[in-house]
Design a protein around this ligand. Sequence first.
Ligand SMILES: Cc1cc2nc3c(=O)[nH]c(=O)nc-3n(C[C@H](O)[C@H](O)[C@H](O)COP(=O)(O)O)c2cc1C
Length: 202
Amino acid sequence: MYRYGIIEEREGISLNKKRIFIGITGASGTIYGVRLLRALKTAGHEVHLVVSRWGAETLKYEMGIDAEALADEVDKVYSEDELTAGPASGSFHLDAVVVIPCSMKTLAGIAHGYADNLIARAADCALKERRKLIIVPREMPLNLIHIQNMEKVTSAGAIVIPASPAFWHLPKTIEDLVDSVIDRILSHISSHRESAAVWTGE
Ligand SMILES: Cc1cc2nc3c(=O)[nH]c(=O)nc-3n(C[C@H](O)[C@H](O)[C@H](O)COP(=O)(O)O)c2cc1C
């Protein structure tokens, strides 16, 4: 058995306001990033967003959305090159950094401390400040380098939540599928929150 609820309805009553950084990179599945930022905004959180150059290309191709249009939906938007921005410093408080979807290139950068843009730098800061870093990789099949990089970031304290939706909640739409991943991410951002879809074992 499972319980299923609309993330947006549940979030409105369950979380304290947090400041979340979202990095959307050029992996397939930009819908994950967009659904996450909308769920966080609906819940009243402060969202800081970077869409990488290839993230913007993929967003346009997959969703027909210009990255600039997302600026109206979040609190602050930066370019990937804005390494003078707040999130480039560990002194700038963020409750969580989420890279969603995360390309294998950005994963490699984070795994090796190669912080050449604001997404990789914000992730690097989250690790050094021992803050929550959630990485949502999307690639298939995986080579050994990808797997080792996931091991590296996990050893350093990140939580790897693959863009690998569940089917046991009987999704009817693509949004239902995507939200099964978003739901798990929201639960990790707020540890006291129960998932919208919970397997009860009954
Ligand atoms: C349509 C499209 C889909 C892509 N899908 C993936 C993917 O699923 N995973 C991945 O690692 N890279 C994917 N790539 C390649 C990345 O965009 C590329 O490695 C890029 O350098 C990533 O840069 P970024 O991480 O700075 O966004 C895709 C590229 C395009 C154009």
